[in-house]
Design a binder for this molecule. Structure first.
Ligand SMILES: [Zn+2]
Ligand SMILES: [Zn+2]
Length: 346
């Protein structure tokens, strides 16, 4: 098998040739045909997340040690199965759920692999990922049939769409007039708007610093937009029931939290970086919620796939490029040159 590995953080990925693993027991060997390139792959490439105040979280602390193969939006074809595998056959195309937990702790057993407390096996995060021709999956239950959905788009559901979907699942119960702000209208923001609409939310406010992205948000179904660089942005957002922060920067957090009405909720899943300093009494007095959301669980990914099959998810533009261009793609992503999502093809 061939994989594209981070050998040194921030340096070009290296093409490595190694033995293809043989699946044992319940394992399934997938031949990867598509792998989405996610913004968080840039943090893995750099080797750290910015915690603000000059502090960093290094990815080696969670088991991502070079040489390492990233890629957590995997899609492929079943190439071989272990003796105990049931329910999938060689040759079938499947989306791979990458947020695999230990499978044994109470959290995993409750279906929350993404919050595993005793040894997660996240593909492309602390296990070899999908920037490779082959990936070993521990159990066929992590494979999802996406028939009818374009293969490249399907791969992006595994992180970008399920992350947004899970964040939206954490919103409080909403009345018909309640406003929800979507902070950041890039690829994730546009999916968020379509998920909110699919859930019946109508008063959606798209927020960004880029007018072109705001125009796209309106087209996607936002009721109104706010350019957050405008001096009256905070005033315009005042009284929202909820904010979904897909950026995760000090400015977006401050804006979203300050604009909440009493009982409102701010959900953060963007990982841009920085820190939050906030007075404590108003959190209690305003009864607001500040909630984090990280990727999503297997059931949520199945629900996302069902939405996509019913054409309820409007895709951000997806471009498919050869896997050998991965370093150039990461550089383009870092430079902000990519609109929507790039998916590697093998
Ligand atoms: Zn991701
Ligand atoms: Zn677990």
């Amino acid at each position: 098998m061939i994989s594209y590995q981070i050998v040194e953080h921030g340096k070009p990925l290296q093409r490595a040739v190694m033995d293809t693993p043989k699946p044992q027991g319940t394992e399934v060997l997938m031949r990867i045909t598509r792998a989405g390139v996610c913004h968080s792959d840039l943090h893995i490439w750099d080797g750290y997340f910015d915690l603000g105040g000059g502090k960093r979280f290094y990815v080696k602390e969670r088991g991502c040690v070079p040489p390492f193969t990233p890629g957590h939006e995997p899609f492929g074809v079943v190439e071989a199965v272990g003796k105990k595998v049931k329910g999938v056959k060689v040759g079938q195309k499947r989306l791979i759920f990458p947020w695999i937990g230990c499978g044994k702790c109470a959290v995993c057993k409750a279906g929350q692999d993404n919050y595993c407390v005793s040894g997660s096996r996240f593909l492309g995060v602390n296990r070899p990922g999908a920037y490779a021709t082959h990936v070993l999956v521990p159990d066929p239950k992590y494979l999802i049939d996406t028939a009818g959905i374009d293969d490249s788009f399907a791969s992006t559901l595994a992180c970008s769409a399920v992350t947004v979907y899970s964040a939206i699942n954490k919103l409080p119960p909403l009345g018909p007039k309640d406003a929800v702000a979507v902070l950041g209208c890039g690829g994730l923001g546009l999916i968020a708007i379509s998920v909110l609409r699919a859930k019946g939310v109508r008063n959606i406010i798209g927020c960004d610093i880029d007018d072109a992205k705001l125009a796209a948000a309106l087209k996607q179904g936002a009721k109104s937009t706010v350019n957050t660089r405008a001096p009256d942005a905070a005033q315009k957002l005042q009284g929202i029931a909820a904010a979904v922060d897909l950026v995760g920067a000090p400015a977006t957090a401050a804006l979203g939290i300050a604009a909440l009405r009493k009982g409102g909720r701010y959900v953060i899943c963007g990982l841009f970086g920085g820190e939050l300093v906030h007075p404590l009494p108003p959190i209690a007095q305003r009864a607001i919620g500040i909630v984090g959301s990280y990727v999503g669980n297997l059931q949520e990914l199945k629900e996302v796939v069902a939405l996509a099959k019913r054409k309820k998810l409007k895709a951000a533009p997806v471009t498919t490029r050869p896997a050998s261009e991965v370093t150039a793609i990461l550089e383009d992503l870092k430079a902000g040159k990519i609109l929507g999502r790039v998916v590697l093809a093998f």
